[in-house]
Design a protein around this ligand. Sequence first.
Ligand code: PMP
Length: 362
Amino acid sequence: MTPRVFNFSPGPAVLPLSVLEQAQRDMLGLPGIGISPLEISHRHKWFDGVLATTKSLMRELLGIPANYQIVFMQGGSNLQFSMLPMNFLRGTNLPADYVVTGTWGSKAVAEAQREGTVNVAWDGKKSNYNHLPPAAEVRLSPQAAYTHITTNETIQGVQFPANPDFGAAPLIADMSSDFLCRPLDVSKYALIYACAQKNAGIAGVTIAIIRDDLLERIPAGLPTMLDYRTFSKNDSVFNTPPVFAIYVFQLVLQWLKNDIGGLAKMQSRNVEKCQLLYEVLDGKFYEGHAATDCRSLMNVTFRLPSEELEKAFIKGAEARQLFELKGHRSVGGMRASIYNAMPLEGVRLLRDWMVEFRGQHA
Ligand code: PMP
């Protein structure tokens, strides 16, 4: 087998090795069943168990209160950008407030505008999304259907604190790229959503945690598959769900609980990892994109003095088994995505290469 390299991709992204090994053991036939998790019916009792375990591990790890539903959907976080305003803005006569701290937030705005009135309460585009809004600049509506934020902007590497304060309107958060990276007070949010292919497994499933009272506000007449109640009422098996992706998510949650020891421990590991890189950015030569007070635990974005040096940096990184470091074109430079499953060893090697490269070129 080709040896594994360190994969700094923003998503799909690195998985815990123990998760891959478990999936490999189960691949040709689940113990006592003899059917692969790729082949098994979503009506099989094995899958009832997967769903129940996945939801109870989520409740335990995140401390999800009883008045929240957990649902598993498809269509990625991009479909959530459309479903949110269809379910919670349509027919309200209220605006929806969007706080835009990066590319993904601005895509969410564009979809909401198709459905109703959007108030962009703050937009960091002028400074190429390198900081969070100072409280005084946020223009919230007196009454909004909801307020939408992106807790971690994957492209810019700008992250909100775990429990930001945005007033009285129901707070809806895209946590696609920082879900499960730290403890969270779920009760501060009305709805949390995340695609799985960063911290929660593989592409194919999108997870949402929805407060009960929100479900009651959904207007009648939505297409069945675009109505959150279809998923909450049918335990996410109204139609065929992405069985394998949910199974992998369950393995990831088991890893978080049993191998890592919960979200507080996960957070300290993540802090340790990102600090190794941010310490290097604080010196000369490299230039971090995000302001120091909102640097992401998950996506470390930085530039080098020239594009030529960036090419040489990537080449040398790959020679050291460090892959997928090129930043998004809108920010340029590098992006090291160091999700939960990125081992400390990979980050240390990247740090060492950054220090060595600087020594050669500064
Ligand atoms: N929001 C954020 C913060 C993301 O990082 C991504 C994916 N990179 C998305 C939304 C879109 O997710 P998907 O590709 O699953 O639609």
